[in-house]
Write a protein that binds this ligand. Structure first.
Ligand SMILES: NC(=O)c1ccc[n+]([C@@H]2O[C@H](COP(=O)([O-])OP(=O)(O)OC[C@H]3O[C@@H](n4cnc5c(N)ncnc54)[C@H](O)[C@@H]3O)[C@@H](O)[C@H]2O)c1
Ligand SMILES: [Zn+2]
Length: 359
């Protein structure tokens, strides 16, 4: 069964409707300090007025056991039961942590996600992956648990910094590349701030269709890793360069120095180059993508001196097996192929061509 999602710009009314049809004895609402201030006041919901509020610190550096314990404490102190519902209002950090808190409290209570960043709307709030960072590692502890309802809107993006919007848009581009030419053409011809609710819905449906066929990532779901083998390496490289690597996320005040979506955008170009080299992905589509990413995301600032580090990071990626670098590639837009082994030389060539596009 695909996850139930409501697309609307009348979020309060939609939430009240969902709750009216749910046997909910007590309502809890989780925000971070930003969404508490910038988003919550704009949701016109009767039910939310009676909810117990839980506010956590903002940012991925707070997706920790401490913040998780804070949510468990608040639920427990205020008498949450299996009939309670937790509403997560925030970006991917709040949805991931709140979803995990709900999945584990009293062995699982129901939760609703209201994603407020583009990245969380198009990716994190849907698909059932929840969790926290632990022991210095991202998403080290978590569970598969689907929100009972996701309410998606574009109205929250007004207060979102442009960089956050661009970051989320990279996942929209990725979904368009997995979907087909028509979608790709539309998405690549407009600026991120032009994204409509209808286009957002179509983008989320791409992920939903894939997840419904492979919820636990046995095969097909790995197509969603497009752009992420190189992307994750760039993200970790930037993290190491910021001088913060080797320390724990927990309580360390670490902020990632490269937004996830920027790394994915550059990763998409590098992996489109690999697709061209290994699977004859058409050069005109590669060129359109490369030009778009140059214009909207700029450059990651790598040089060939960084290649050995990047290769090492790719070899240690969660998705690679026995040190072999693996990528999802495309034969064409809309025609992905998972588990392509890639040689070091091919990666170096792809990084060279990425730099030709964006530097
Ligand atoms: N579960 C999944 O499948 C999945 C997929 C992708 C990413 N993620 C996770 O999602 C997280 C990243 O998500 P994110 O980019 O949304 O980060 P985030 O939740 O940290 O939000 C980014 C920043 O924007 C602020 N913010 C949120 N909504 C706002 C709004 N409407 N206006 C102004 N500011 C707002 C937040 O307070 C935060 O400071 C990471 O923890 C990542 O691991 C999970
Ligand atoms: Zn991603």
């Amino acid at each position: 069964m695909p996850q139930h999602i409501t697309y609307t710009n009348q979020v309060g009314a939609a939430l009240d409707r969902v709750l009216a049809s749910t046997c909910c004895l007590r309502l809890f609402v989780l925000t971070d300090e930003n969404t508490h201030q910038l988003v919550l006041p704009h949701i016109d919901s009767k039910a939310l007025h009676q909810a117990t509020e839980i506010i956590i610190h903002a940012g991925d550096e707070h997706k920790t056991l401490d913040a998780l314990a804070q949510v468990w404490h608040a639920l427990s102190d205020d008498g949450a039961t299996r009939q309670s519902v937790l509403v997560n209002i925030g970006g991917g950090m709040v949805c991931d942590l709140g979803g995990f808190a709900a999945a584990t409290f009293k062995r699982g209570i129901r939760f609703i996600n209201i994603p407020t960043t583009l990245l969380s709307a198009v990716d994190a709030a849907v698909g059932g992956k929840t969790g926290i960072n632990f022991n210095g590692l991202k998403n080290e502890v978590g569970a598969f648990a689907e929100a009972d309802e996701v309410i998606i809107s574009t109205c929250f993006f007004k207060s979102l910094p442009p960089k956050e919007l661009r970051s989320g848009y990279a996942e929209v581009i990725k979904h368009a590349m997995l979907d087909g030419h028509e979608t790709f053409g539309q998405i690549i011809e407009q600026a991120p701030q032009q994204l409509t609710l209808q286009q957002l819905e179509a983008s989320v449906q791409v992920k939903q269709r894939i997840v419904a066929q492979d919820p636990h990532e046995q095969g097909l779901r790995r197509t969603l890793n497009l752009g992420h083998t190189v992307g994750h390496a760039l993200e970790s490289w930037a993290f190491q360069r910021s001088g913060l690597a080797g320390t724990s996320f927990q309580g360390s005040g670490i902020r990632a120095s490269m937004p996830h979506g920027y790394a994915v955008a550059w990763g998409l170009v590098a992996e489109a180059v690999l697709s061209h080299m290994l699977l004859q992905f058409p050069s005109d589509d590669l060129h359109r993508l490369g030009t778009y990413v140059r214009d909207h995301y700029g450059t990651p600032g790598i040089t060939c001196d960084d290649y050995p580090t990047l290769l090492e990071l790719m070899r240690h990626d969660k998705k690679s097996r026995q040190g072999e670098i693996n990528c999802t590639l495309l034969r064409h837009i809309g025609d992905p192929v998972i588990d392509n082994p890639i040689t070091d030389d091919d990666i170096k060539t792809a990084l060279d061509i990425l730099r030709d596009y964006v530097d």
